[in-house]
Design a protein around this ligand. Structure first.
Ligand code: LLP
Length: 416
């Protein structure tokens, strides 16, 4: 996705230094080609099964990214009314939306029912009752899928593991059984599918297939009692390589799903976020200052203009992101750097112990930042959120402008 040409780091055919000159830093920069190729590869891996990809909007919700996903025929997995508004604003079809999340409000449910979304992924008994009431009120029938918590260990970071009994997500198989019965007898509801999502950044297929196997026995049981489901949603969670992890082998995942599904009528739904976008983006930043340690046992700090408010993954999950120099032509010796931001917290770091040659003013690219980067950015320390750039071949465009201080102050000035 990025590569060096004449000692200059490029994304596709554009030098990242050219983008930094034009729009400043910090900036998120995404590759359209990467996104296109990632969706195409996932479709190919699942070619053996009728499959519909619902891109998980939470990973990167920029309107231009949503449009790209729609041009590939993807639907969308959303978790809020805000994300549904984004899908609509991007000109995408709400009929291709599935709505996940443990805390859907009445307003969000009404909005989704009015727009005729494809289905709700229901996470509790009370939510099912609320959807039924709202559907009745709006004279509509709401399609529902129960999110089953299959009690499978996804073997990933505890904050992004969601398929165990102790996690807040979904319902047990026993509760799901009752909810399907209830939904099948309710004139306001149509049970059309079943779903699960056991976690994120999963690198082995076994837990995903174990979850599918658990869902299949429920599907068969429901089938025998006359409840015929149309889709099985396996969630997202496909792991990628940030450092030296094994990425999930999507071909063997797709192949194994095809075998387990053979002879069945259901369509497979997938909800990938990270695997389609993470490695298609970088966070471009500039070293404001270097603070070399006075002796060997004191760290060398490179203070850059991006911070934990721009990319919180290292601070929040101890996540590892590669950091590459935008220009490599230099004789200066490599040394070990702590790459930190300007925020007044020791937890404000982007990368630790990196062997690099850094001088004041140098540009750096923080790699694998296309997912859960900009979407988790905040205004901490009253910092404006970065701009977002889309590279396409030898051109680039601003797909979200940099946030200004007036943007931030506006909401408070309105109260004065
Ligand atoms: N479907 C559901 C119901 C989800 O909760 C998620 C992610 C996905 C799909 C997409 O998962 P993916 O394919 O991206 O793994 N902020 C964290 C990741 C949180 C993931 C939350 N749920 C991070 O930066 O690693």
């Amino acid at each position: 996705m990025v590569s060096y040409k004449d000692n200059q780091l490029h994304m596709e055919e554009v030098a990242l230094a050219t983008i930094a000159e034009a729009v400043g830093t910090p900036s998120y920069v995404y590759s359209k080609r990467y996104l296109d190729e990632a969706v195409t590869a996932l479709k190919a891996a699942f070619a053996g099964t009728p499959t519909k990809i619902h891109y998980s909007v939470k990973a990167n919700s920029n309107l231009s990214i949503l449009r790209i996903m729609a041009t590939h025929g993807c639907g969308f997995d959303i978790v809020s009314g805000g994300e549904l508004s984004r899908v609509v604003a991007a000109g995408c079809d709400p009929a291709d939306v599935i709505f996940s999340g443990v805390g859907k409000t009445t307003e969000e449910i009404d909005y989704a029912i009015k727009l005729n979304i494809h289905c709700f992924n229901v996470e509790s008994e009370q939510e099912l009752s609320r959807i039924s009431e709202r559907a009745e009120n709006l004279h509509k029938i709401a399609a529902v899928s129960m999110r089953v918590n299959p009690n499978v260990d996804a073997q990933t970071h505890p904050y992004i593991s969601t398929g165990l009994r102790e996690n807040k997500f979904g319902v047990s198989v026993d509760v799901a059984r009752q909810l399907y019965q209830q939904a099948s007898e309710d004139p306001n509801l149509n049970p059309t599918g079943v779903d699960c999502h056991i976690g994120s950044q999963i690198s082995r297929t076994e837990p995903l297939l174990e979850a599918l196997t658990n869902l299949l026995s429920l599907v068969d049981e429901l089938d025998r009692s006359g409840i015929k489901l149309e889709h099985i949603d396996l969630g997202g969670g496909m792991g990628i390589r940030y450092n030296d992890e094994d990425p999930l082998d999507i071909e063997s995942y797709g192949g194994a799903v095809a075998q387990l599904l053979s002879g069945r009528r259901q369509t497979i739904f997938l909800e990938p976020g990270r695997s389609l976008t993470a490695n298609g983006g970088v966070l471009l930043t500039r070293a404001e200052y270097t603070k070399p340690g006075a002796s060997d046992d004191i760290p060398n700090f490179a203070v850059v203009d991006a911070a934990m408010n721009d990319l919180i993954r290292p601070a929040l999950y101890q996540a590892w992101h590669d950091v590459l120099p935008v220009k490599t032509q230099r004789d200066a010796a490599m040394t070990t750097w702590q790459i930190v931001g300007p925020i007044c917290e020791s937890g404000d770091f982007l990368a630790k112990d990196r062997q690099l040659s850094i001088e004041q003013g140098d540009l750096l690219a923080v790699i694998s930042a296309g997912a859960y980067g900009m979407v988790q950015a905040s205004n901490y320390n009253s910092r404006g959120r970065p701009c977002e750039i889309l590279v396409d071949g030898d051109t680039f465009s601003v797909i979200r402008r940099r946030e200004t201080i007036s943007d931030q102050l506006r909401l408070e000035r309105e109260q004065l």
